[in-house]
Design a protein around this ligand. Structure first.
Ligand code: ADP
Ligand code: MG
Length: 244
């Protein structure tokens, strides 16, 4: 029980005529990284947004660490969650340092504690110190993604939600950020749900993989299991793109 970070119970989500999620039953384990993989439009972002309460399901229930989401208490719940998206989703009018520390400020953390945590994360993701006073538009894509990770991790959340955070990066920058991501996983244990359409990234960074197609879970298991026995052609095709 306590090993379950997120539980989706009979989840469906409809947008008007589109069924984005179709009776999803799924458990995401604590302390490990789970990659949610599927082609564009398969429902990955929808599933992630149901976790932080940005959206409510049309049917079914989402449980976070054993409790059903209380939509009246989203701000409290979100303190336990870090969320980062493709492009960083940074506040354009705030500097890098302000972006990273805003959540802790709002939580009235002491200035010393804020600085300690920020310095630790900035070091962990290899963000150059001279970037801290810049604004998001003055950063490269890789730098923005690093800032976004720091911001998501500032409050040391027990759950980290990542929606294609590395998709827009060139292969070399992606390689570096992947290394930093692995460092981060080792440094602090938490449940991570990583949405990606890139199976290579999933294999590299995740312990478990959940494959979805047209709003349905197709396969769910350890990385090695999925590689050893892909359930159908959809999964094999995704795996074909993995080069090593
Ligand atoms: P993914 O992240 O895997 O690309 P999404 O969860 O964004 O998939 O979308 C799943 C399906 O729901 C797609 O068919 C998409 O077009 C549809 N969809 C997503 N968001 C909306 C919305 N706000 N209104 C209508 N349809 C949507
Ligand atoms: Mg998406």
């Amino acid at each position: 029980m306590s090993n379950c970070a997120i539980r989706f119970k009979n989840i469906s989500k409809k947008y008007d005529t589109v069924t984005a999620l179709d009776l999803v039953n799924l458990e995401i384990n604590d302390h490990i990284t789970t990659a949610l993989v599927g082609e564009s439009g398969s429902g990955k972002t929808t599933l992630l947004r149901l976790v932080n309460g940005l959206m409510q399901p049309s049917g079914g229930q989402v449980e976070i660490f054993g409790d059903a989401i209380d939509y009246e208490k989203l701000p409290d719940m979100r303190k336990k969650m870090g969320y980062a998206v493709q492009g960083g989703g940074l506040f354009p009018h705030m500097t890098v340092y302000q972006n990273i520390t805003i959540m802790a400020k709002l939580e009235n953390w002491h200035e010393t504690r804020i600085k300690e945590r920020a310095d630790y994360l900035i070091e962990l993701v290899n963000l150059q110190k001279d970037l801290l006073d810049r604004f998001p538009h003055e950063l490269s894509g890789g730098q923005r993604q690093r800032v976004s990770l720091c911001r998501a991790l500032m409050l040391n959340p027990s759950l980290l939600l990542l929606d294609e955070p590395f998709s827009a990066l060139d292969p070399i920058t992606k390689g570096y950020i992947h290394e930093e991501f692995v460092k981060l996983q080792k440094a602090e244990s938490r449940a991570i749900l990583l949405v990606t359409h890139d199976m290579e990234e999933a294999v590299k960074l995740a312990d478990n993989i959940v494959i979805i197609k047209k709003g349905k879970v197709i396969q769910n298991g350890k990385v090695e299991e999925i590689i050893a026995s892909p359930k159908n052609e959809y999964v094999s095709n995704l795996l074909d793109k993995v080069t090593d």
